[in-house]
Ligand binder design. Structure first.
Ligand SMILES: C[S@@+](CC[C@H](N)C(=O)[O-])C[C@H]1O[C@@H](n2cnc3c(N)ncnc32)[C@H](O)[C@@H]1O
Length: 254
């Protein structure tokens, strides 16, 4: 399965590389996702692979909790890996594309990833390869963003004839991919979080500063400012404007 929208991987990598310095300031949602993800692991793994480790927030949680485990952590943005390796000792950090990683078969007790799989270009193939690298009874746990994420922005941009810049898979689709890769004990759920920002401009700045880009890349002149005006008018709350994040959380076992 190829994604409906072609992802420009080099552009994504460059964006995250540039975002590495500011990432920790703006990644409030991502930290909450990582906290919940690490709590969802019930086993005591000895070999862990983390995918899309960013600046190493989840890596540090894994290092603290699973003191005896060997941890490999991967990200394709070198500046992210540089930050993560300053932050977390005793981890093997690798700069690589998740979808091109050479994986040992039946190797890991635990594969985790937080707030990253929305960027996969070939989720079906990638999930299948990861499943093959899980040891017997090994587990895969991940979080991603679901299609309701930033529905407010989609609404105003849609009225102006623009489609969103990223297609986000719902939890049920991920469930199907996990089952198709032969995994069992699949658990999936999604929940929504709403965050407030002073205005739409601050919201978009925050998203951009964390390396993400959900809006279309090419907009006709004036479209963005009109979208922002409509957003500020329609989605105001007591603290400014609100934005919804849909978080999907999945786990499965080999
Ligand atoms: C939103 S950040 C999440 C970082 C971290 N997991 C966290 O929760 O803070 C997504 C990370 O995934 C990385 N990433 C995205 N696609 C990737 C790919 N195909 N291969 C390797 N890393 C990737 C980005 O460079 C970025 O650091």
């Amino acid at each position: 399965m190829k994604r409906a929208l072609r992802l420009d991987k080099q552009a994504i990598q460059r964006r995250f590389d540039r975002a590495a310095d500011a990432y920790d300031t703006f990644s409030v949602v991502q930290r909450a996702m990582a906290d919940r993800l690490v709590e969802s692991v019930e086993r005591d793994p000895l070999s862990i692979l983390e995918l899309g480790c960013g600046t190493g927030y989840l890596t540090a949680l894994l290092r603290e909790r699973f003191t005896d485990a060997a941890i490999d952590a991967v990200d394709f943005a070198p500046a992210m890996i540089a930050r993560a390796s300053e932050r977390v000792p005793n981890v093997r950090f690798v700069v690589a594309d998740i979808e091109e990683l050479e994986l040992e078969p039946e190797w890991y007790d635990l594969i985790v990833s937080s707030a990253t799989f929305q960027w996969l270009a070939e989720p079906e193939q990638t999930i299948a390869r990861l499943a093959g690298s899980l040891d017997r009874r090994g587990e895969l746990h991940f979080t991603s963003f679901g299609p309701r994420t930033f529905w407010e922005l989609d609404e105003v941009l849609g009225e102006l004839g623009c489609e969103r810049g990223l297609s986000l898979l719902p939890a049920e689709k991920w469930e199907t991919l996990l089952a198709g890769a032969g995994l069992s004990r699949i658990r999936a759920h999604s929940y929504e979080e709403r965050f407030s920002y002073p205005d739409c401009a601050a919201f978009l700045r925050s998203v951009k500063s964390s390396g993400a880009g959900y809006a279309p890349r090419v907009l006709a002149p004036g479209t963005l400012s009109e979208a922002m005006r409509r957003y500020d008018e329609r989605f105001d709350d007591d603290a400014g404007v609100s934005a919804t994040y849909e978080i999907v959380a999945l786990s499965a076992e080999r």
